[in-house]
Design a binder for this molecule. Structure first.
Ligand code: UD1
Length: 418
């Protein structure tokens, strides 16, 4: 158990290299299940979510070796096709492994995924797509039993452009004979990254990044080497941190195109942003202005994973702002903690009305999800006095020792192990 202690008020200055994307790495690790050869992945990040996905691969019989930030994954001789409850509970993305396991073994037994802290997170779109690929599915005793002996290609229209379902169905159909076409797909950059990775291993996938993905089944996938993209949500978090704390920060490795919805929203209002191909420079502009209305949407819309951070920014803006959360129903759980720090926020269903205050004050706060934790860290960094974040359990799922990165920029933040 560890906590973060933040002494707010420091400006942030300097350079930071952005880590690999958690949401790209997770499906790519699941994709290794499809490979008969050795896969080398570069820039492996220190997130507990990715470590837990590695534990799933090990449970299935995969061999994993890590040399600094290089991960060698060998799934050539997998012996199991199940994911037990204890492994599925700790990482929701365990569900991504389902498509890959069925594709490889033509059967799977997977416990329901955990991670319901931001809403109910159903998996009906995943299961409906698998059924359309010919998978027989029985749900009983907390497990999803799949029989893929009669799998066949299909044209599948997703009810909603779910990121996870798009990725799952891509992987499920990679080893299925014939052409499978997925319609109404999610278009996130991480899906393009998964396509690029699978194609390196010998898959024939095209169209990722659009709403129509075409998978031409191949007999098997071999090994290969790949470097996943950087984490756009971490980059976005630090852009907002600089806007809140003041300062001048250069984020290296971050692709500004993937953050267009954030950058176009806050540039000139909360900070000044200069972009190069893989660099983002953020200079604060003093007190942030109101952003008016921010509404989350599927990519390329404003990411739900940056909603909590932008809400924190608006607590110290010079006006009122409306934040609308369209993706997940319980994504304002950090709000009572921000109110404890002096913020003025009113919630009704999926809408938060934020009235900017002069400043926040440090407090002991409790986090219940990953991005909510990040928003409380940002609030603490900009507040007057000390803030204690009660647990790092959630933030460690998707940030690599956030206290070290923010200290590198001049933030006064440290981890205390209990
Ligand atoms: C992924 C991201 C997560 C991000 C989310 C939305 C990963 C590992 N996680 O999560 O960080 O917040 O996209 O950008 O990439 N839905 C259904 N039925 C389904 C599947 C989804 O109703 O079968 C709904 C969800 O409840 C939610 C919406 O679709 O309201 C979007 O969810 P989805 O895109 O699937 O999110 P994840 O893939 O779980």
């Amino acid at each position: 158990m560890s906590r973060l202690i933040i002494n707010g008020g420091n400006r942030l200055n300097g350079e930071l290299e952005i880590s690999s994307s958690k949401n790209a790495y997770l499906p790519i690790l699941a994709g290794c299940i499809l490979s008969d050869g050795k896969v080398t992945l570069h820039r492996y990040p220190n997130y507990t979510d990715t470590d837990n996905m590695c534990n799933i691969l090990k449970h299935l019989g995969g061999k994993i070796e890590r040399h600094n930030d290089i991960l060698e994954v060998d799934c050539s001789s997998l012996s199991k096709y199940d994911i037990p409850t204890d492994l599925a509970m700790v990482v929701r993305s365990s569900i991504f492994a389902l498509g890959a396991i069925i594709s490889r073994f033509r059967r799977a037994k997977v416990a329901y995924p955990g991670g319901c802290e931001i809403g109910s997170r159903p998996i009906d779109i995943h299961l409906s797509g698998l059924r359309q690929l010919g998978v027989k599915i029985v749900e009983k005793h907390g497990y999803i039993y799949c029989d893929g002996n009669n799998m066949h290609n299909a044209n599948i229209v997703l009810d909603f452009p779910s990121v996870g379902a798009t990725e799952n169905l891509m992987m499920a159909s990679v080893l299925v004979k014939g052409e499978t076409v997925l319609y109404n797909c999610a278009k996130e950059p991480e899906i393009v990254d998964l396509q690029n990775f699978l194609n390196i291993l010998g898959a024939k996938v095209s169209g990722a990044g659009t709403d129509r993905i075409i998978i031409n089944g191949v007999k098997k996938l071999g090994g290969g080497e790949y470097t996943p993209i950087r984490d756009r949500i971490i980059a976005g978090t630090y852009i907002i941190a600089c806007a809140m704390c003041g300062g001048d920060v250069l984020l290296k490795g971050a692709n500004p195109l993937f953050l267009h919805s954030l950058i176009s929203k806050i540039d000139k209002y909360a900070c000044q942003i200069e972009c190069e191909y893989d660099k983002i420079r953020v200079k604060s502009l003093g007190k942030p202005l109101s952003l008016g209305k921010v509404e989350t949407a599927v990519y390329p819309g404003f990411p739900t994973d940056l909603q909590a951070q932008i809400l924190a920014l608006q607590t110290i803006s010079s006006g009122s702002c409306m934040i609308v959360e369209n993706l997940f129903e319980s994504r304002f759980k950090q709000v009572p903690e921000l109110i404890k720090m002096g913020a003025s926020i009113h919630i009704k269903d999926r809408i938060a009305i934020v009235k900017g205050v002069d400043k926040l004050f440090g407090a002991d706060v409790i986090a219940t999800d990953l991005r909510g934790s990040a928003s409380l860290v940002l609030a603490g960094l900009s507040a007057e006095g000390y803030t204690t974040l009660n647990s790092t359990k959630f933030i460690d799922r998707g940030y690599e020792r956030i206290e070290e990165e923010l200290s590198q920029l001049g933030g006064d933040i440290k981890r205390v192990e209990d």
